[in-house]
Design a protein around this ligand. Structure first.
Ligand code: HEC
Ligand code: HEC
Ligand code: HEC
Ligand code: HEC
Ligand code: HEC
Length: 282
């Protein structure tokens, strides 16, 4: 009597186990097939992807954002935590570079602040390859072997995937107030000028921003409404102690004498960004 119930019990367990096993095998089979197809079509193996020609010159120069995002979608998807591990709410902690009146919205990643947030889209038109000009996946340094990018390659620098001097510094340098003969840094002198750069810049250095990664007309519009829009890219979010050596485009009524600080300055924007008809426009 006892043995028969035991046998029944075992049979039930075995039956159940076989059933579950078969069910698991089935579902695995079901989900496996389509996944395999998808992978084979869209994802190359990891090593091949790391050495994708799109990571190197010359292909990276003409790469579209869509081509990069096919593999790096997370660049635009990932968001900062809402609360730090120590319990500080992201919304309650604004850094010094988030104090300008143009700063809006939730905390966002670096990439999103340059590519997808409202102010970024209003005044800029940055592409992946504005910053990313290639990198060496082996040791992130140009010129370390015969087959890597040569040291003359200015696209990236030692241990960095981009070259800050030719990218970030353009919009995150100090405000060169000495060159403008202002009485002091903008934080001290802005009240005297009603926080309005256009008091002077309606007539001085008026040929500006004619490059494909900025939106020149939109910049002038927001600059009229709010001096912080201009200041933000010209000292208000400065990561550097130096300022970018801006090209000095000739403007109508430009004084004939060149000030000392401006000697040797280019009179054209960096060639890879120039809008072809720029100098003809006003
Ligand atoms: C075929 C897929 C693929 C494409 C297309 C692709 N990448 Fe990558 N990329 C990868 C993989 C894989 C890595 C290595 C990631 C790792 O090791 O963490 C990588 C690494 C990188 C890295 C270095 C990341 C790090 O943490 O070291 C950067 C920057 C990068 N890619 C930018 C780009 C840009 C810009 C483009 C477009 C011009 C692009 N990639 C196109 C797959 C791709
Ligand atoms: C404003 C300049 C800039 C733009 C525009 C930009 N990146 Fe980056 N990106 C960076 C910097 C700086 C880093 C960090 C580099 C380092 O660690 O040396 C980075 C890092 C990365 C990495 C490594 C992973 C990570 O999150 O750190 C990938 C992948 C990447 N970028 C892809 C892209 C893609 C794809 C685009 C276009 C959709 C893009 N980037 C646009 C500047 C930029
Ligand atoms: C063409 C101009 C431009 C370039 C080039 C540029 N930035 Fe920015 N950056 C901006 C603007 C504009 C904002 C403010 C965006 C906003 O308030 O929404 C910003 C904001 C930032 C922030 C603050 C993000 C936050 O969460 O508040 C960081 C960090 C930053 N930039 C770093 C960099 C670095 C590093 C580079 C070079 C790889 C770079 N930027 C290149 C214009 C630029
Ligand atoms: C009192 C007048 C005045 C005000 C106010 C003023 N500027 Fe200037 N700015 C000048 C003069 C003058 C120059 C130099 C012109 C030349 O090239 O000879 C100059 C040059 C510049 C340059 C080029 C610097 C270089 O090194 O090539 C930038 C960028 C600039 N101003 C941005 C701004 C911004 C942004 C503001 C407001 C936050 C502002 N300026 C406010 C008078 C002014
Ligand atoms: C999104 C960032 C951004 C904003 C906003 C911005 N600038 Fe600029 N500005 C730049 C960059 C980048 C350059 C250099 C472009 C180049 O290489 O030609 C520049 C160049 C200049 C120059 C040098 C002009 C020349 O001779 O080529 C002046 C002056 C200037 N900006 C003034 C202003 C004023 C005034 C405003 C507001 C109305 C303003 N900027 C807003 C990024 C910005």
């Amino acid at each position: 009597m006892k043995t028969s119930t035991l046998m029944l019990g075992i049979a039930a367990i075995v039956g159940a186990a076989v059933g579950v096993g078969a069910w698991v095998a089935n579902t695995r089979q079901e989900s496996k097939a389509p996944q395999q197809v998808e992978r084979a079509e869209s994802a190359p193996d990891y090593q091949r992807a790391v050495y994708s020609p799109l990571h190197f010159k010359p292909a990276i120069e003409n790469a579209t954002d869509a081509q990069c995002l096919a593999c790096h979608k997370e660049i635009l998807d990932s968001r900062p935590r809402e609360t730090s591990p120590a319990g500080i709410r992201t919304q309650d902690s604004k850094a010094w570079y988030q104090q300008l009146t143009t700063y809006t919205g939730e905390q966002e990643s670096f990439h999103r602040r340059h590519l997808t947030t409202a102010f970024a889209k209003q005044v800029m038109d940055l592409k992946c390859n504005f910053c990313h000009q290639g990198h060496d996946p082996r040791d992130e340094a140009p010129g370390t072997s015969a087959t890597t990018a040569p040291q003359s390659d200015q696209g990236f620098t030692l241990r960095k995937q981009v070259n800050p001097e030719t990218t970030c510094l353009k919009c995150h340098g100090q405000m060169p107030w000495e060159n403008m003969a202002l009485p002091g840094p903008w934080t001290e002198s802005k009240e005297a000028f009603q926080n309005n750069c256009l008091i002077c810049h309606a007539n001085i250095r008026t040929i500006r921003h004619q490059v494909n990664y900025l939106k020149p007309e939109a910049i002038e519009t927001v600059g009229k409404e709010n001096g912080d829009s201009c200041y933000g890219c010209h000292g208000g979010r400065s990561w550097y102690r130096i300022s970018y050596p801006y090209p000095r485009h000739a403007w109508p009524d430009m004084p004939t004498e060149t000030p000392d600080w401006a000697k040797g300055r280019s009179t054209e924007s960096e060639s890879r960004f120039v809008i072809p008809s720029a100098t003809a426009k006003k």
